[in-house]
Design a protein around this ligand. Structure first.
Ligand SMILES: Nc1ncnc2c1ncn2[C@@H]1O[C@H](COP(=O)(O)OP(=O)(O)OP(=O)(O)O)[C@@H](O)[C@H]1O
Ligand SMILES: [Mg+2]
Length: 253
């Protein structure tokens, strides 16, 4: 049984088909790439899985249960965590505070208030920050633990978001362009990190990325979207040779 099963997913925005009858499955422990030109529907698909968007048609099953009736926070609590194409961090909070917020469904739900306000909840707060520090260290961010996110370079902020997602002990990690805006060395590190999370923690990853070096080195399988439709699916080697994929990227020119 696949961990995720997407069947006939469609979603339109004011008549524009962002997703059109998309189906594919993700096996447990797989790193699956989701690629395609700008506007292909990649982020929209991720937003459907994490319940930010409600599809018009089709189903998404996670661990053989239908996600359509679930809320975004229920889905997060079940172990689906994500990062955003345009970072959604608390810029005026520190790195460790941002990562601690990722623990929210594992500590009491009032953690958010506790972290920033109530002195009476100090034990819980300490526990969360200690666990956050551990994740910050695992992600190689210790030297910035007490730095405000706003003061970090963009590439490091992307890693903070990944660390926050990891704080949720995810079964499924949804990454929307984790290497965007990074130089070659930084994106190589992101690829290594994604691979390590899968190899050592068994996390299943759905990865949107334009950096083909990252996609081709890290993904077991790739799904290609173009204008909301799935135009190809296969191993990196198969995708590289696919005429439909070459055409989608280069156009008819
Ligand atoms: N909330 C929204 N309202 C209206 N249109 C939207 C919305 N979200 C996405 N779209 C449209 O749906 C289409 C697919 O967008 P999406 O963001 O999923 O593309 P993408 O593959 O992630 O592209 P990129 O590589 O540029 O991030 C685009 O035409 C986009 O303008
Ligand atoms: Mg996108």
């Amino acid at each position: 049984m696949p961990l995720v099963e997407i069947a006939n997913l469609s979603l339109s925005f004011a008549g524009l088909r962002a997703l059109s009858n998309v189906s594919f499955a993700v096996e447990t422990g797989e790193i699956i790439g989701l690629i395609g030109p700008n506007g292909a529907g990649k982020s929209t698909l991720l937003n459907c899985i994490s319940r930010i968007y409600m599809p018009d048609h089709g189903t998404i099953r996670f661990q053989d249960r239908d996600l359509n009736s679930r809320t975004a926070s229920e889905v997060a609590a079940e172990g689906i965590r994500r990062t955003f194409q345009n970072l959604e961090l608390f810029r005026e909070a520190t790195v460790r505070e941002n990562v601690a917020l990722g623990l929210i469904y594992r500590y009491r739900t009032s953690l958010l208030a506790e972290l920033f306000a109530l002195p009476s909840a100090r034990d819980n707060q300490r526990g969360a920050l200690k666990e956050a520090d551990q994740i910050v260290a695992e992600m190689g961010l210790s030297e910035w633990a007490n730095v405000l996110v706003a003061e970090l370079p963009y590439g490091s902020q992307k890693l903070v978001e990944l660390a926050r997602a990891m704080a949720g002990h995810p079964k499924l990690l949804l990454l929307d362009e984790p290497a965007a805006g990074m130089n070659r060395e930084e994106s190589r590190r992101v690829a290594e990190t994604v691979r390590r999370l899968r190899d050592h923690k068994g996390i299943t990853v759905l990865l949107i990325e334009h950096d083909m070096r990252v996609v081709m080195t890290v993904c077991d399988r790739i799904v290609v979207l173009d204008h909301g439709e799935k135009i190809a699916e296969g191993t990196p080697a198969e995708i590289r040779r696919s005429p439909a994929v070459v055409k989608a990227y280069l156009g008819d020119a």
